[in-house]
Design a protein. Structure first.
Length: 162
């Protein structure tokens, strides 16, 4: 888990959950693994209904969960730019009160991409002119950033995510 300098923002893997106090943190789960646990779903006996209101997003108090897997860019079309904006709004809401952890399974793609977006679009501490510029700057802080399909998606929707 890495703390973004001069912020209450932390980015990492699912292991970061073991290091935080749930009552004093806010967190974004960018992983289907946790989302399924929260919703009581599994891949065999209690599969999710794609029309369930919390199929993609679940938000309750200081917890924001996304039903996202680390896959191809087209997978993020299902949630669209509005979901990314909701994540950024959630971070805005909580970061003034608490530390915020954004995590995915390995901490290499989904979580750091959301962190990159927050730094570029909301804090404006890294370039906001393009995904490539933001990525190049962000990698100075988060060198293990290896964006998969989410990076391609964000690159193609850069101007739509505000």
């Amino acid at each position: 888990m890495i703390n973004i300098p001069k912020t209450n923002l932390y980015i990492g893997s699912i292991l970061g959950l073991q290091q935080i106090d749930y009552k004093n943190w806010a967190y974004v789960h960018a992983t289907q693994t946790i989302h399924y646990k929260i919703m009581g779903w599994d891949r065999k006996y209690n599969k999710p209904d794609r029309h369930h209101p919390s199929y993609i997003i679940y938000e309750k108090e200081n917890r924001f969960s996304l039903n996202w897997v680390d896959g191809a860019a087209h997978l993020y079309e299902w949630s669209g730019p509005k979901t990314f904006i909701k994540v950024l709004d959630f971070i805005d809401k909580w970061i003034i009160k608490r530390n915020v952890l954004i995590h995915c399974d390995q901490g290499q793609s989904r979580a750091p991409t959301l962190g990159l977006l927050y730094l570029a679009k909301r804090l404006k501490t890294i370039p906001n002119d393009s995904f490539i510029s933001a990525k190049n700057s962000f990698m100075n802080t988060y060198p293990n950033y290896i964006p998969a399909g989410i990076g391609e998606y964000v690159n193609s929707k850069w101007l739509d995510i505000i």
